[in-house]
Ligand binder design. Sequence first.
Ligand SMILES: N[C@@H](CCC(=O)N[C@@H](CS)C(=O)NCC(=O)O)C(=O)O
Length: 206
Amino acid sequence: MITIYHVAHFRSVRVIWLMEELGEPYEVVRAPFPLDEAFKARTGVLAIPAIADDGIVMGESVAILQYLTGRRIQKALELGLTVGPNPDPAAYAEHLNWLHFGEASLMVYAAMLSRIRRLADGPEKTGYAAGACEQILKSRLEALERRLSGGRPHLTGEAFTIADISVGYALGYARMRELDGLFGPNTHDYLERVAARPGYRVADAD
Ligand SMILES: N[C@@H](CCC(=O)N[C@@H](CS)C(=O)NCC(=O)O)C(=O)O
């Protein structure tokens, strides 16, 4: 059984959400945050999320989604949770693109913008760094809005995949941090749809 190191509403939500979608057991260990040295030395965990799977400890939430589906590839393909390189390499490329987009193009900028705003002494003091983050986040959200146009239910085809877990988590985070004013209407609807899944509700609980 895998162990998931978790802090409420952190990126470990992605990992719990996937285990819920897979319908498999897992153990959650609540981590102290900020992580203290004793915890790091005891577990080998340097950032949240991390998992331990039969002695393998790994971090990076999106890499964990790929690892866990890769280790259960038959089941993950049957459930439609991932897309393989065959028979359609273009669908595979698209799937990986949106999977990584959730962290590299959304979450990094949303988290940085929210942190700068929280640390700054008033909105007029956020400076150029926040302006740059907001500009980039806005353009990425516009790309997402275009992708979701025309009634597309999920990011890569009809099925709900780990790309939706990656992007859905980032959008839920952005909403929690009051950045959802930057969302277009398709993005709002999409978040409503994926956040209504029972797996997300379990994963994003306090
Ligand atoms: N890109 C990484 C980000 C992980 C990350 O930055 N985690 C932060 C929390 S937001 C952390 O655990 N930092 C360690 C610390 O501050 O002690 C992922 O997707 O897992």
